[in-house]
Design a protein around this ligand. Structure first.
Ligand SMILES: NC(=O)c1ccc[n+]([C@@H]2O[C@H](COP(=O)([O-])OP(=O)(O)OC[C@H]3O[C@@H](n4cnc5c(N)ncnc54)[C@H](OP(=O)(O)O)[C@@H]3O)[C@@H](O)[C@H]2O)c1
Length: 333
């Protein structure tokens, strides 16, 4: 089958496009999906560059790709609820990635029927970013109607979905973006937009209930300043906390190291009397169902920036690495 894989860590030149890779074999609880589209997420090139290798242990050759949509072509003996021909969308488990391929094996508990009103390309942009936004806002953040939420990078893959999810439950949504994206994030439902090229969010905001920081770096310490006491900061971009990788198979020394690297953040959380969490998103068919319901109800829509043909996947990676994507980048498989 056709696949995009790597045989070693490195920059975009290690990406290999092949048409001779064996089709994966499925286990009893898995389905085989003939992929129609997949999305490019920052984690794809971070894995390619070996940036995640302390936490995610892969062997080579490794097919990249962390979410997508396609048609079920085979079901494992113990699988219930799916049959060949079903259109599905999914984010596979971290140890079973590989959506940049003609076929991908996925545990049936991680897949969901595709929203009926979306094409495969639009649907492929939802799973990883949508689950991340859902888990940050609702699972950890417990965001409620009337609360003030600051969502950083509202024009990005995660932010563009998070704005809509937060707005939909009646939260007051504040977001950051550059001038060219102000209209886009307003159209998604942001109540207040901070153009970071003109204003410093930490100078104009206060008493925020929840900050969802998708940028990290200097935006993390600055985000503590805008929260009310008892508020919450959820980060997906800096150094993971030991708690966020509790179910990862890690050397205990790595957990100690993560604790040490988070010391400054822990201190800031104490100083500002707020809760701090790092989120590593997880696959969830149940939450994909909730997203599907919202999409079919017209309350959530994906923003697709560009669609690349499969052989041009290296161009898609280069575009993702600019950090300027508006919504999602899709590979047509
Ligand atoms: N821990 C997890 O489980 C998890 C899950 C998903 C994603 N992530 C991480 O979260 C980050 C965001 O992911 P993503 O898919 O949303 O990325 P993305 O789509 O590549 O984000 C691009 C967007 O970031 C915006 N941006 C860049 N710098 C900004 C700034 N200083 N202030 C405000 N907006 C800024 C850009 O808007 P402008 O052009 O307007 O600047 C652009 O629209 C990535 O680092 C990713 O690895 C982590």
């Amino acid at each position: 089958m056709k696949a995009c894989l790597i045989r070693k860590y490195g920059n975009n030149q290690v990406l290999e496009y092949t048409d001779k890779h064996p089709v994966p074999e499925i286990g009893d609880h898995e389905i085989l999906v003939q992929m129609v589209a997949a999305s490019v997420n920052p984690i794809d090139w971070k894995v390619m560059q070996g940036k995640a290798r302390l936490l995610l242990k892969y062997s080579f050759p490794l097919i990249l790709g962390n979410d997508g949509a396609g048609i079920v072509s085979q079901v494992g003996h113990a699988v219930q609820g799916f049959q060949p021909g079903d259109a599905v969308y999914f984010r596979p488990g971290k140890n079973r990635i590989g959506t940049f391929a003609e076929y991908c094996a996925v545990d049936a508990s991680e897949a969901c029927l595709k929203p009926a009103n979306l094409g495969f390309e639009e649907a492929a942009g939802i799973p990883l970013a949508g689950l991340t936004a859902w888990q940050a806002l609702f699972e950890i953040g417990q965001l409620q109607a009337g609360q003030k939420v600051l969502i950083h990078a509202g024009a990005g893959g995660v932010g563009s979905l998070a704005i809509q999810l937060a707005r939909n439950i009646g939260a007051h949504v504040i977001t950051t973006c550059s001038s060219r994206n102000v209209e886009l994030v307003r159209s998604l439902g942001a109540d207040q937009v901070i153009d970071y090229t003109k204003e410093d969010f930490s100078a104009v905001l206060q008493d925020v209930d929840l900050v969802f920081d998708t940028i990290g770096g200097p935006s993390l310490p600055a985000s503590f300043q805008v929260l009310k006491a008892g508020g919450q900061l959820i980060n997906i971009q800096n150094i993971p906390t030991p708690e966020s990788v509790a179910d990862y198979d890690l050397n205990p020394l790595i957990r100690i190291l993560l604790g040490l690297l988070n010391r400054q953040t822990t201190k800031l959380a104490k100083k500002h009397k707020v809760n701090y969490s790092y989120l590593f998103m997880k696959p969830s068919a149940e939450q994909l169902h909730q997203l599907k319901n919202l999409i079919e109800g017209g309350q959530l829509k994906p923003v697709v920036d560009r669609v690349f043909p499969f052989p041009q996947i290296a161009d898609a990676f280069a575009y993702q690495q600019t950090g300027r994507a508006r919504g999602k980048i899709i590979i047509k498989l």
